[in-house]
Write a protein that binds this ligand. Structure first.
Ligand SMILES: C[S@@+](CC[C@H](N)C(=O)[O-])C[C@H]1O[C@@H](n2cnc3c(N)ncnc32)[C@H](O)[C@@H]1O
Length: 241
């Protein structure tokens, strides 16, 4: 007896927030998939799902991957074990599954935890998405990296000493995962004399997008979906101000 062919699991990048930044390929796959999975906080809605909500048929089975956002529990191995089992069961039964990933799946995306659990047994395709890096550069109206600059991506979750080491002498840079780490990052930038090169971008590509100078930001109100971009030191009009 031959068993039914396995379904394909897609890691689908849905972009930074604006539904018009969903790629044609992502749209085709997520419309055709009978099963759609996505991460969501323990309480509350999934950002990735909200981006593509208007494209879902209503008839698709949805798998919600509730991920605790508490750092001590991260990466929440049991959550991804369970989600991988559920997604794998659908694929084993011949169903294609589209796993929605905010931005790009392989740029700091939690999809990597599912990929590592599923790729040996199932066919897993990655559909790249518009990343927050390029969306924030576009929003800030300033290139992400130019000419012979080296672009460095730094998670704000590092401690102040590590941030200082990575930022000392940096060229172009993106400091991501700001949220509650903003005040620490701003202190380091001020200490290193880099504040004048910094552009803060919040919720890029969404209607409530904001671009602010560091001095104008209320540290207590900085959301997780925010980053600081630094232009290289030798850009015309963008050097130390
Ligand atoms: C875990 S990373 C995921 C990045 C995502 N996979 C991507 O390709 O953009 C989350 C961080 O990306 C940045 N980010 C994602 N979307 C953003 C947006 N629309 N505006 C500003 N920053 C964003 C924030 O720094 C956030 O803390």
């Amino acid at each position: 007896m031959t068993s039914a062919p396995k379904g394909t699991i897609y890691g689908v990048g849905v972009g930074p927030g604006d539904p018009e930044l969903v790629t044609l390929k992502a749209l085709r796959i997520l419309r055709a998939a009978p099963v759609v999975a996505y991460p969501a906080p323990l309480d509350g809605d999934s950002f990735a799902r909200a981006i593509v909500a208007q494209f879902l048929s209503g008839a698709q089975r949805e798998i919600v991957i509730r991920v605790p956002m508490v750092p001590e529990r991260f990466p929440a191995q049991d959550v991804y074990d369970r989600a991988a089992r559920e997604i794998g069961a659908e694929a084993a039964a011949g169903q294609d599954v589209a796993v929605l990933c905010q931005g790009d799946p392989f740029f700091y995306g939690s999809f990597m935890y599912l990929f590592s659990r599923l790729a040996a047994e199932f066919h897993v395709d990655i559909v790249p998405g518009v990343s927050s890096l390029t969306a924030c550069a576009a929003a800030s109206r300033s290139p992400l990296a130019a000419r012979d600059e080296t672009l460095t991506v730094i998670p704000a979750t590092l401690d102040a000493a590590a941030l200082e080491r990575r930022l000392a002498g940096v060229d172009a840079a993106a400091i991501i995962k700001l949220g509650r780490h903003f005040a620490k990052v701003r202190d380091v930038l001020l200490r290193l004399g880099l504040a004048g090169r910094a552009r803060y971008v919040e919720r890029a590509s969404l209607p409530n997008q904001r671009i602010l100078a560091l001095a104008d930001i209320d540290a207590a109100a900085v959301p997780y979906f925010a980053m600081i971009l630094l232009g290289g030191p030798n850009r015309p009009g963008e050097g130390e101000r």
